[in-house]
Design a binder for this molecule. Structure first.
Ligand SMILES: NC(=O)c1ccc[n+]([C@@H]2O[C@H](COP(=O)([O-])OP(=O)(O)OC[C@H]3O[C@@H](n4cnc5c(N)ncnc54)[C@H](O)[C@@H]3O)[C@@H](O)[C@H]2O)c1
Ligand SMILES: [Fe+2]
Length: 383
């Protein structure tokens, strides 16, 4: 067995209604005034007001920043940080999907580390831990509530930058399935496929360990079983709960094992086309799996089984080949777009996106060796 290290810096609390404990959690972490970071969709769904109220009733002051957009930009982070300073905040609460949670992490980085933010791109560049952050996810997708990553779009470079360090992990994640009940079904589908991608890429990564494997395979099994029912009815608390747990398993898996070509290629689609991250991952995933099969055939055969395929009597190659078929079937059941062309991507940007993917270094743990040409061909295959 190869040596490995494994960490989960975030405490995880699960339970229907547990988001109401946000006030005690923030106060317990020494926060006197929190910046509540969210987006307008979350405010309109009534989720931010609930959290604001819970903070106030625990005696914690709160200032609201609701300007987050999907694929948050550097300007959004700077605007939220200006409010954090002006309001004299000493802690952060994020309510939302990955965009809100990442924005809160990055505000935290600026609160304790000198600007500019761009100097912290890449792995382990942050010097000082961020102020206490309580993360309340409203989607089961990115797992940003437990990962060490935060992403922002830099429109000047058409670049989706990633900052990776356990020093920006949330202090606590409050997993309350009721917070998922208002999610639009198409967002539930796209974010759920992001979870599947985290689990799959982490599971077959060259950085995988026995601990990340346990989490990855179970997240794949749970997602295949529960995502359709969650998309069908996000108020189904049982389905939402399983998806929340799957999301955390997958995120902890890939935070430790790292990712592969799907994420290397998905971030440039966010940078160049502002494509939703989950949609980008979903469209790329089966193509990258086709390419990766020979890199980890036993693992892909196990993925097929975890997704409910009967692989008895099949050869190893046949069993492995069932895995991308199972993913394509799941995408069809969920009504996902199957090609990049359908979502407005144009081929002229492929060379630049492939270069950005290489620059990210995320492809270096892909189970099959990958260079610039590989990435160009994979983008073309997904068009
Ligand atoms: N930090 C990480 O580890 C990590 C990992 C993967 C992706 N990301 C990043 O996260 C971002 C994407 O996050 P996301 O996919 O969670 O989507 P998101 O946060 O961008 O949210 C998408 C939309 O869904 C709406 N929404 C979410 N939950 C809702 C609810 N319960 N009720 C009503 N509306 C709801 C939001 O208002 C928003 O309009 C991207 O920037 C991506 O790059 C981060
Ligand atoms: Fe992702």
């Amino acid at each position: 067995m190869k040596p490995f290290s494994f960490q989960l810096p975030t405490r995880v609390e699960f339970g229907p209604g547990c988001a109401r404990r946000v006030g005690e959690e923030a106060r317990g972490a020494g926060v006197t005034k929190a910046l509540l970071v969210t987006d307008r969709g979350i405010v309109q769904a009534g989720l931010a007001a609930e959290v604001q109220e819970a903070l106030r009733s625990a005696g914690v002051g709160v200032a609201l920043y609701d300007g987050v957009q999907t694929n948050p930009t550097l300007a959004v982070v700077e605007e939220a940080f200006a409010l954090y300073r002006a309001e004299g905040c000493d802690g952060l609460v994020a309510v939302g999907g990955g965009s809100s949670i990442d924005t809160a992490k990055l505000v935290g980085v600026l609160a304790t580390n000198p600007p500019p933010l761009t100097q912290y791109e890449g792995a382990n560049k942050i010097v000082h831990p961020i102020p206490p952050l309580v993360a309340i996810p409203t989607a089961a997708g990115t797992g940003a509530e437990v990962t060490f990553s935060a992403l922002f779009n830099d429109p000047e470079r058409n670049y989706k930058a990633s900052v990776r360090s356990p020093k920006q992990a949330a202090r606590v994640a409050l997993l309350d399935p009721h917070m998922l009940s208002t999610i639009p079904p198409h967002v539930a589908a796209a974010t759920g496929l992001d979870t599947l991608t985290h689990a799959l890429e982490g599971y077959v990564s060259t950085g995988a360990s026995p601990m990340s494997d346990l989490l990855g395979l179970e997240a794949i099994r749970l997602t295949a079983q529960w995502l359709p029912q969650f998309v069908a009815n996000p108020r189904n608390t049982e389905a939402a709960s399983h998806m929340q747990v799957a999301c955390v398993y997958a995120a902890v898996c890939c935070s430790n094992a790292r990712l592969g070509n799907v994420h290397a290629m998905a971030h440039p689609l966010g940078g160049h086309f502002n494509l939703h991250h989950g949609v980008a991952c979903a469209i790329l995933l089966p193509h990258v799996m086709d390419f990766n099969l020979i890199g980890a055939p036993e693992k892909f055969a196990a993925v097929a089984q975890a997704m409910g395929r009967d692989v008895r009597g099949l050869s190893l190659w046949e069993a492995a080949g069932e895995a991308p078929k199972a993913v394509r079937d799941l995408m069809r059941v969920l009504g996902m777009p199957m090609t990049l062309r359908e979502v407005g991507v144009t081929a002229d940007r492929i060379p630049a996106m492939a270069r950005d993917a290489v620059a990210s270094g995320i492809h270096t743990t892909n189970p099959r060796a990958t260079d610039l040409d590989t990435l160009v061909n994979l983008y073309k295959a997904a068009m």
